[in-house]
Write a protein that binds this ligand. Structure first.
Ligand code: F6R
Length: 607
């Protein structure tokens, strides 16, 4: 996601400090960069699309004057990566500048209200509303601090913001809700940043800003208040003894673990998708004659799960296809009535883009679901949705898989609504459950990690695993198997549990480990039959099941629990989490680095 940094210095120019600190936030991923400084009551801004070095080469980011300033690396969510959409954003009179990390959910309503009262917008971002809201309050005679306070009270969504104004050129006002914000207190000034690594070489004295807090930074001090009632908060700096490398991973030893653990937050961001994107895409889906869901690897598993969800909720038949097979398998059947929903975290996977090209040449409608706004997939799609998971650095997809499932389930629900295929009660129930999914995932992460570590110790020397499930859980099993293979380098086989007796069961001998994904759904009876078949041949059963599922627990040798009453169509999201964790700990037990799987690249741009 976006990175923010800024500071008020006692001595020296701020621009080169911002420049080098933004470089230390590059690992977060970004497409544009910008800085704003204040000097002698004048606001200066430089920003553009591109990497920091490229923007610096054309604009000389260090040439901005002044001792106070803010900077930003943007990772596009609202509005394409363009110069105008890059931060900082300013008000109508270029007196106020804002940087923001997060998503303002109600920005369209606020923008309309501000435009109606005469404000002129320059960008298509959600962030710009903040500059105009602050401007509005300052015009009414309020201070910068109180104007920011009033502005953030009107915001829905997530934010870490920093605001400067030419009218009060000695301070920066910051506020936080959900998105991370940290202060650094140094000899030569006070800093704020999305992440500690940004200021670590300047100071190791850090103050974490909590949710719902407002901060004013001056060159010698920081003051914190609660946004709700302006009560002052006293918080002393803590000494950080992280190495810069640890700091990038927010204290986690591996990116993969960090990304597994941040799934609740990432899912909450995904749930903030603008209603009209979902509405628009489901309208296209509704019109689709033949609907192909196309992707590779983990993203394909999300498509496979989605094919069950679309069928069960919207009675809509879809064809999930592995992208590298699309042209051979389906190419000739594509026509003007066909629609392809291509799913790609990176938006750059060559096989997926080749399938898109085949479909485009045959006049199909292309839609995209991606984590990378501005990627090739967003450019070739008639409609696309950005899943808002934030950059994924671990090679193995984790948080982006659960987010893909979250978007696809919401689309299926919209379509079900449009088509009147399931009752309003059921829709209301599922919508409420979708909102609770981040909490469910959080519970699993908090309660199951120790047990999963023990299981990894117990099974680390096994040479082959089966991953089995029925119905939608087959997609979960496939993804669990892929994680184990790619990260822990353990051969594993996955197939629908019902297929065992048609061949693969011949591999089973006493002690052979079989992981069953046991979502509580209509497949239960037959799944129990499949567990019995395996047990009868001496297999060791590891079940992922609901916490109150005593029947499965009695049959299993080991089990990992997920919270109870998870609706079948949402089950892949919580059920995959223990399997991601299992793969991660198996890799560690086997002496492998989960962030550097052998022979793999994050984005596969060759065919
Ligand atoms: C597995 C993994 C890969 C990707 C696949 C598609 O953990 O990350 O299987 O899912 O290469 O990548 P995207 O989604 O970027 O098209």
């Amino acid at each position: 996601m976006c990175g923010i940094f800024g500071c008020v210095l006692k001595n020296g120019d701020v621009a080169n400090v911002i420049h080098s600190s933004l470089k230390r936030l590059e690992y977060r991923g970004y497409d544009s960069v910008g800085e704003a400084t204040l000097d002698k009551g004048v606001l200066f801004v430089k920003k553009d699309v591109g990497k920091i070095d490229e923007v610096h080469a054309t604009h000389d980011l260090d040439a901005l004057p002044g001792k106070i300033g803010i900077g930003h690396t943007r990772w596009a969510t609202h509005g394409a990566p363009t110069k105008l959409n890059a931060h900082p954003h300013t008000d109508c009179e270029d007196q106020i500048a804002v940087v923001h990390n997060g998503i303002i959910e109600n920005f369209s309503v606020l923008k309309k209200e501000l435009e109606d009262s005469g404000h002129v917008f320059k960008s298509r971002t959600d962030t710009e509303v903040i500059a105009h809201l602050v401007e509005q309050k300052m015009r009414e005679g309020q201070t910068l601090r109180d104007s920011v306070l009033e502005a953030v009270k009107r915001l829905e969504g997530s934010y870490a913001i920093a605001v400067i104004s030419a009218k009060e050129p000695d301070k920066i006002v910051c506020a936080r809700r959900e998105s991370p914000l940290t202060l650094g207190v140094g000899e030569n000034g006070v800093y704020f940043a999305s992440d500690i690594p940004a200021f670590l070489p300047l100071t190791n004295k850090a103050v974490i800003v909590e949710n719902g807090e407002l901060v004013v930074l001056s060159e010698t001090e920081y003051t914190i208040w609660k946004i709700s009632d302006l009560k002052p908060v006293i918080r002393e700096p803590k000494t950080i003894d992280w190495t810069p490398e640890m700091a990038e991973k927010q204290g986690y030893p591996y990116f993969m673990l960090k990304e597994i653990m941040e799934q609740p937050l990432a899912l909450r961001n995904t749930l903030r998708l603008q209603e009209h994107y979902l509405e628009l895409m489901s309208t296209f889906l509704d019109r689709a004659g033949q609907l192909f869901l196309v992707a590779c690897g983990t993203s394909y598993h999300a498509c496979l799960a989605a094919s069950y969800i679309f069928s069960k909720l919207a009675f809509h038949v879809t064809t999930p296809v592995i992208a590298s097979e699309f042209t051979e398998q389906q190419g000739k059947s594509v026509n003007i009535d066909s629609t392809m929903l291509a799913v790609s975290q990176s938006g750059e996977t060559a096989d997926t883009l080749a399938a898109v090209e085949t479909a485009r040449q045959r006049a199909a409608t292309i839609m995209g679901l991606t984590n990378t706004i501005g990627s090739t997939l967003t450019r070739v799609s008639r409609v696309y949705i950005g899943q808002q998971s934030g950059p994924e650095i671990g090679v193995a997809a984790t948080k982006t898989f659960t987010a893909q499932l979250c978007v696809l389930s919401q689309l299926a629900l919209r379509l079900a609504k449009m088509r009147g295929k399931i009752s309003q009660d059921e829709i209301d129930f599922l919508e409420a459950r979708v909102i609770r999914i981040p909490d469910t995932v959080e519970t699993i992460l908090k309660t199951q990690e120790e047990k999963i570590k023990d299981l990894a110790k117990k099974y680390k020397n096994k040479t082959c695993f089966f991953f089995l499930g029925r119905g939608i859980s087959y997609a979960t099993a496939l993804e669990g198997r892929l994680k184990l293979m790619e990260i822990a380098c353990v051969p594993a086989i996955s197939f629908p549990a019902g297929e065992s007796k048609h061949g693969p069961i011949s591999l089973v001998e006493p002690g052979f480990p079989v992981i069953f994904v046991c979502a509580k759904d209509e497949t239960r009876k037959t799944l129990i039959g499949n567990i019995m078949e395996m047990k009868a041949r001496g297999a060791t059963i590891i079940a992922i099941c609901e916490e109150d599922d005593d029947e499965i627990k009695c049959l299993a040798d080991d089990f990992i629990e997920v919270p109870k009453e998870i609706p079948e169509v949402l089950s892949p999201i919580p059920y995959i989490v223990p399997l991601q964790m299992f793969a991660f700990h198996m890799a560690l037990e086997r002496g492998l680095d989960p962030d550097k799987p052998r022979n793999l690249a994050k984005s596969v741009t060759v065919r």
